[in-house]
Structures are given as structure tokens and as C-alpha cells.
Design a binder for this molecule. Sequence first.
Ligand code: HEC
Length: 439
Amino acid sequence: MYPIWEVPILSSALVIGLIASFHVLASHLAVAAMWVTVLIEKIGLEKNRPEYFNFIKRFTLLLLIFSFIFGSLSGIGIWYSATVSSPRGISGLIHNYVWGWATEWVFFLIEIATIYAYYYTLGKVDGRTHVRIGYLYALAAWISMIIITGILAFQLTPGKWLETGDFFDGFFNPTYFPQLFTRTAVMFGVAGIYGLLIASTLKGETRFEITKIISRFAFAGMIFGLIFGYWYYKKLPDHAHQLLNSLPYMQTLAKVVLVAYAILTLYFLLTAFILPRLNNSVLSFILIVLTFVGVLSAEGIREGLRRPYIIFGYMYGHQAIAQDLLAKNIKAEVEVFEKEGLLSRLGYLPDSLRKITPENRLEVGRIVALHNCANCHAFTEGGIRPLPKILRKLSPSTPEDIDALLSALSAFPYIPPFIGNEEERKAAAEYLFTIVNKK
Ligand code: HEC
């Protein structure tokens, strides 16, 4: 086991979530934008409307800066935060999908080369060639989504991979196609709202014409997204449905997603068919913020549905292996930790903390508790699922009460079983009892 990254208030999971949701805006914009842009370019060429190129220039510049600078940086941010938050989780993914990522990065390179080519050759090469560069970009970007979605979906529904350990069994898993189609549709909504922001900076009739084209694309994407999203929902495993229907915070998130989705769809409907004049910079900007909130909630649900696992059925949130994976000669660990203890596996600890003594009991208890709970709970008074508050609600009167809770964690369908031996569990319970009574 690696050291724990303890994040006060937010919890490490939410740090990844915030970075990743920002990245979703940038990446989905990057994948969808060019299909719309190329269409606008073709109409502009056909009707001989050079004003259209104003839009293309500005929109592509936004793409370059937002997606290819901030998007790329936040992509690296996901790697960093996920690596320190769940080193073994990332390691598990890399050991299975390193060639998936390598393939994705090939297409990512094509994207980067072609977006620069597209931007800097606008008006300098003939129209047909320029449109072709656009298509090349659009295709490469979509292929990168086709690849990364396989790895994302694998974490929730690894399917037959749990027996075979096979790359493609995990990649083409039960929720792969529903998730790919949903993302492919909804990305036009994400790109659309950025497109409308840029369109609102144009002058005269062009502004309304382009607003209409973009809004129709975006509206269609949102409607298809609804259909595919429902398909995705239906394909979720029973466990996921159970969490979605029983956890109050999941239902709050679901409501946020639905409201944001409805507002955005309505806006596109209005600007596409009824009132293109409605599109203005302030409103579009506010709706970009709303899109971020919606994406954050939707990704929060998607990530939460596989609790108590990081990789469903295979690795728990606290990074212990949940069951044997014979195909790869990997053994379940919970019982091993129960026998041999967790401390023996924490190579980073100084010698003074490797054996529990009356002096270091609370300090070691804290480390054991962090390994077990910090992935999903803040240890501070406030924040994400703050443990002191949550435990106080159970009004434990002795450390033994908490110890009883720790022994029975698997009664909750979203909390992994405790890892560690009896002595470590008692020390963790004593430490947790002190944070409950700090107030
Ligand atoms: C994989 C994530 C995860 C880990 C690890 C985890 N929990 Fe939780 N825990 C949750 C979730 C999700 C909830 C539901 C709370 C909510 O509605 O936000 C929860 C709720 C709880 C609750 C309230 C029970 C209820 O739902 O009424 C307690 C008590 C609790 N956790 C204790 C712990 C302790 C102690 C640890 C460490 C030994 C721990 N949890 C580790 C995810 C986790």
C-alpha cells in the first residue's frame, strides 16, 4: 500500500471530480466542435459568406486555448490527482489499459497537429482542403473518445474481464456502447453552448444565422442524449440502481442534472427555432457555468455508482483487492489483511509506527482509519461526508461501539469492508472516538 493523500474538507475524490468535470467540458467541446464548425464552413463556402469565417476563426481560437491548453492541463491534473489519491487503482488501470491510452495519445497527437493546421491555414488554402483538415481533426477527436470511454466504462462494469482478465472483455463491457452514444450526443450540447457564446459576439444577420445552425445541432444532441441516456440508465447493474434509489445525495445530484439538462435543452430549442435573438453573451456564459454544474453532478453520480469499488468487483475504494483474479494470478486481500495486519503492508511507515504500543496507539489508529475511510470521507468537522459528524449521529458512547461499526461495515452496500487485523481495528476505533468527542 502507498501513503494516503488526506484532503481536508473536500476529500481526495472530490478533488479529482472537480478537475475531471472541468476536463469534461474542455474535452467534449474538443470532440464535438469541429463537426459543427465544418458544417458552417461548408455553408459559408457554398453561399459565399466570408463573414462566416469570422465565427470559425474565433471559435477555433477558443478551442485552441480552452481545450488544448486548459483541457490538456486538466487532463494531466486528473492523472496527478488520481495517482496520489488511488495509486493502486491507477496502477490497476495502467496494467490493463496502457495500450489503450497509448492508442488514444496517437489520436490526440493527430488532433493537436490538425487543430493548429486548421486554425492557421484558414483562408490560406483552398476551401475543400481546409474542410478536409477539419474532418481529419473531427474524426481523430472522436476516436480518442471511443477509446477513453472503454476504460471509463470498464471501471463500473468490467463484465467478463473479472474472469478472463482480457483487454477486450473489459473494454467492450455492458455499459460501453450506451455510455459512448450518450457522450457522443451530449457533447453537441456542450460544444453548442460555447458556440453560442462565440456567435453572440458576431454582428448583424450572421449572428442569428449561426446561432440557429449551432442551436439545432445542440438541440438534436440533447434529444438524442436523452434517449441514449435512458438506455445507459437501463443498462446499469442492479447495484448501481440500488445506490441511485437509496442514497439521498445521489437523488439530489440526479435532480441537479435533470434541471440543468432541461434548462439547456429549452434554451437551444428557443434559440434554434423561435427566438435566436435570445442568444447573448451574458446568458450563454451563465449557461456554461450551469453546464459545468450539471457535468459535475452527472460525473459525480457515475463515479459514485461503483462504490464501494474503484474497479467494480475487483478493487475496493480503499484499494484492497476484493476478489481473486486467477487469470492474472492476483489474490483477494481483505482476509490477508485481517490475518497479517495492514501495518505490515505499509512500507512507508517509520519503524516507530510499525507496531502498536500504548504511546503510538492513537497515531497508528489514525493511519489505519485514513487508509480505510479517507478515500470517501473528510476527517474534518465540515466538508464531504465528514466522519466526525457522521459518527456523532450514531452517538457512540465508547470506542467499542465504533469498533462494532467497523466490524460490520459491509452491511452498507457502498462502504468496503474494514482492512486490518483486530488490534489495528481497535486502535482505529479509539482514534475515531477521539474525533467524535473533540467538540
Ligand atoms: C468507497 C467509499 C467509502 C469508504 C472507503 C468509506 N465510506 Fe462511509 N460512506 C460512503 C458513502 C457513499 C456513504 C453514504 C453517505 C452519503 O449519503 O453521503 C457513507 C456513509 C457512512 C456512514 C453513515 C451510514 C449511513 O449511511 O447511514 C458511516 C457511519 C460511515 N460511512 C463510516 C465509514 C467509516 C468509519 C469508514 C472507514 C472505516 C468508511 N465509512 C469508509 C462511502 C465510503
